[in-house]
Design a protein around this ligand. Structure first.
Ligand SMILES: [Zn+2]
Ligand SMILES: [Zn+2]
Ligand SMILES: [Zn+2]
Ligand SMILES: [Zn+2]
Length: 364
């Protein structure tokens, strides 16, 4: 992936990728299902995968295969996003229900062949779901993340948390525990994983980049910073003419940003993500809640984090989550990763994700 913007789409058509295309050995980019882990060491543990709001285990949302050209230590590179399933954790303007991790491997590694993976299906009878990594580590039956807890009766079912053990127990492990030979082939639908789709990447086709947009975005960030620096109480002391005028202006500004956002995606309204490392920044859906530099923490190696990709609101349409009123929600999710793409102990490095919400009244 280069410095041009690349778009991701969900492949939900009849010709969608067969299941084996979405497993680790094929280095997929995908939405939902269980994570197709890349490296097997240093997986994020249950503590790291907890929602920052409610503390419950996050579900796997999506992963991107995003190697960095010219970096032999990142010949394979994956970004993994997790999110809470609780609608209450998505209050506008509040961060916390999302997690993102980065992992990378050199071409020569202990898990994958030096050569590209075969283009042919695996032998008949290969299980679709594997709850154990090649290295032997067990994965949770419900979420596919590390499962350090074991059922104390059969010692064969593994879980990330008490929460997921309870879900599985109610949905059949209570009985299956007694005949645990078939545990790996009979996994009930826990209604926890999102539907699984391949992500197809295509370059964004557009005319010369619109410089005025970049300028407006810069101005807005400056404006936000000024606003934040001022005293909020002072601003709302009295609703005099000046204040009303300012509020009206703010509304127009909000409309403008949303208009820009819509225009930019109009050519490809189905895009679920935009990728551009070391290039154009994210497009904001609103003027509210744009992170300032101080809001984006540096990587633990000390380097700054830079924009790498953003998830678009269109992805929500594919997650089958908004059935009864309240649902998990976002305007856009913006992922920032270590500018140096550091490699600390070959494990999964936690990176930074920012949620921006749609202002009430705007709809795509
Ligand atoms: Zn939560
Ligand atoms: Zn779990
Ligand atoms: Zn058991
Ligand atoms: Zn770093």
């Amino acid at each position: 992936m280069g410095s041009r913007v690349e778009l991701g789409f969900v492949d939900g058509e009849a010709a969608a990728a067969p299941w084996w295309r979405l497993r680790s050995a094929q280095f997929p980019s995908k939405v939902g299902g269980r994570p197709a882990w890349l490296g097997e060491s240093g997986l994020p543990g249950p503590e790291q995968l907890r929602c920052g709001r409610c503390g419950r285990p996050c579900a796997f949302l999506l992963q991107l295969y995003a190697p960095l050209p010219g970096r032999s230590d990142a010949f394979h590179r994956g970004l993994f996003v997790f999110c809470c399933r609780g609608p209450a954790c998505y209050r506008p303007g509040v961060q916390g229900p999302l997690r993102v991790f980065r992992n990378q491997l050199p071409r020569k590694n202990d898990t994958y062949s030096y050569d590209p993976p075969p283009e042919t299906p695996p032998p008949e009878g290969t299980p679709r779901v594997s709850l154990q990594l090649q290295c032997g580590a067990h994965l949770c039956r419900v979420c596919g993340c590390l499962g350090p807890k074991t059922c104390s009766k059969c010692h064969k079912a593994h879980y990330c948390s008490k929460d997921h053990q309870t879900v599985d127990w109610k949905l059949g492990h209570k009985l299956a525990c007694l005949q645990s030979a078939h545990l790996d082939t009979a996994i009930p639908d826990h209604k926890f994983l999102f539907p699984e789709y391949e992500i197809v990447i295509e370059p964004e086709e557009m005319d010369a980049p619109d410089d005025s947009q970049a300028d407006t975005q810069k101005e807005l960030v400056k404006h936000e910073e000024l606003e934040a620096a001022g005293d909020a109480n002072e601003a709302f002391e009295s609703l005099d003419e000046e204040v009303l005028e300012a509020m009206a202006k703010h509304e127009t500004r909000e409309d403008k940003i949303f208009e820009k956002f819509k225009n930019r995606i109009a050519a490809e309204p189905e895009q679920i993500l935009r990728y551009c490392r070391e290039g154009e920044g994210p497009i904001w859906i609103s003027g509210e809640n744009i992170p300032q530099t101080k809001d984006i923490p540096n990587c633990s190696c000390g380097a700054q984090r830079i924009f790498e990709f953003q998830v678009m609101p269109q992805l929500l349409n594919h997650l089958k989550v908004d059935s009864l009123g309240e649902s998990i929600d976002w305007g856009t999710l913006v992922v920032y990763t270590c500018a140096k793409n550091c490699n600390q102990a070959n494990g999964y490095m936690e990176e930074f994700i920012w949620k921006q919400d749609v202002i009430a009244g705007c709809s795509i």
